[in-house]
Ligand binder design. Sequence first.
Ligand code: PNS
Length: 180
Amino acid sequence: MTTRKLRIAVYPGSFDPVTNGHLDLINRCAPLVDRLIVAVLRNAGKQPLFTAEERVEMLRSATAGMANVEVDCFDGLLVEYARRRGASLLLRGIRAISDYEYELQMALMNRRLAPEIETVFMMAGEAYSFLSSRLVKEVIALGGDVSGLVPPQVEAKLKERLPVRPPSGETSGCSSVSNK
Ligand code: PNS
């Protein structure tokens, strides 16, 4: 009897916080593999809004019904983490052509470091091709509506963490009144 090697994919990212764009990718990838590990980068160079534990918690609650999806966090080299977890695939999403250069660089560097691990790209769902965690945070901080872009519990956490800044009322420097 031959035993088939499990196909394990790692989906790495900052997930600060998870958006419905990330969840769309997770939903579409999970049926294609035996196990999908969503891996939250712990020590992002950029200062995250949420701790790694909070980001993991939000992802876990958003993926709770998905039997072959696991959420974990990692630091250090992604390919070393993937090797430790027995993964043969790295999953990344591409939204627009502007993502391509950065993703290509990472994929090629990762291939150089670990030729046995393949990066696979999935196109973001068209409804989410404009969506990023950064924009969601900006819109929330300015009092805009992000419903439908993040899970409701993530929206609540964002509102808690980023209370709306009232407009300053200052008009100097950008007044529309002509000074002629
Ligand atoms: O969601 P992000 O911020 O675009 O994800 C970037 C991430 C986490 C995939 C990338 O920063 C990463 O893999 N970091 C781990 C460190 C590493 O392995 N660096 C070399 C990659 S070429």
